[in-house]
Design a protein around this ligand. Sequence first.
Ligand SMILES: Nc1nc2c(ncn2[C@@H]2O[C@H](COP(=O)(O)OP(=O)(O)OP(=O)(O)O)[C@@H](O)[C@H]2O)c(=O)[nH]1
Length: 290
Amino acid sequence: MSIQYAVDEPLTGSYGVADSFPKDFGYGADESEMDESSTASDSKPRILLMGMRRSGKSSIQKVVFHKMSPNETLFLESTNKIYKDDISNSSFVNFQIWDFPGQVDFFDPTFDYEMIFRGTGALIYVIDAQDDYMESLARLHVTVTKAYKANPDMNFEVFIHKVDGLSDDHKIETQRDIHQRANDDLADVGLEKLHLSFYLTSIYDHSIFEAFSKVVQKLIPQLPTLENLLNIFISQRLTSNTRDRCRHRWRVSSCRTSPAKVLAASKRWRRVGAGIFLRIVAPRDVIGER
Ligand SMILES: Nc1nc2c(ncn2[C@@H]2O[C@H](COP(=O)(O)OP(=O)(O)OP(=O)(O)O)[C@@H](O)[C@H]2O)c(=O)[nH]1
């Protein structure tokens, strides 16, 4: 069965899909059928959300990017088509999330997974940690091996999800077990160099935001330059602020006290100022370990 553009979808670029995806799935095969915005959207870094049914994929997307409250996700219906969502927070943070329906059939000849994986920056595979995860691990293995063959440059991210229901010990044990099994499966087929990153996540706390932020950061090529500029900016502002405060303090002190006290005060201010700078602002890689 082939798919159609879902013309009545509220979000741009959402595709209606029943069981499968055609080979020319939205990738400019026929430019006359695509408008400019969809071409621009397709050139953005793409993040795929995959995993078993009810693992929590749509909830993650809705809570992180659409301000849905975690409790509202209880009423989400199962996704039966690819849901394509444009995220544009700034000129640096632009990407697309493709939320997949639970089980994708890689053996369906009409599903052109190679084409999809080739244009993908990161694949997030969601595992429900509150459920028996053996089948999900088997699906993870099939998914990442196929994706890696199509595009070895993509990042593979595994969200061990719904950990809000687990004790701290159980969380650590679950992560260790999943990590071990997933990597053993890859080693068995000679794919040791396929790197999986693991995150413990829940929509009920900040963990899902932190994990997603790390995934997105890896896709921003300008990030190191931006960080560098911010560090320079912060350090320059702080040193000039500190200098102004010191000058002010020295002036006030000198009105009232002896030169020796002025000298002591200035040293103290310099110490305090430098302390603030070293403790709070300067990152370790700029100032080195102390
Ligand atoms: N306890 C808990 N429940 C969650 C969490 N994330 C999602 N859920 C619940 O999991 C159920 C399934 O969530 P969905 O987001 O619909 O799952 P899905 O993977 O998109 O499901 P399909 O569309 O069928 O593939 C919902 O009842 C959510 O409330 C979580 O972090 N913790």
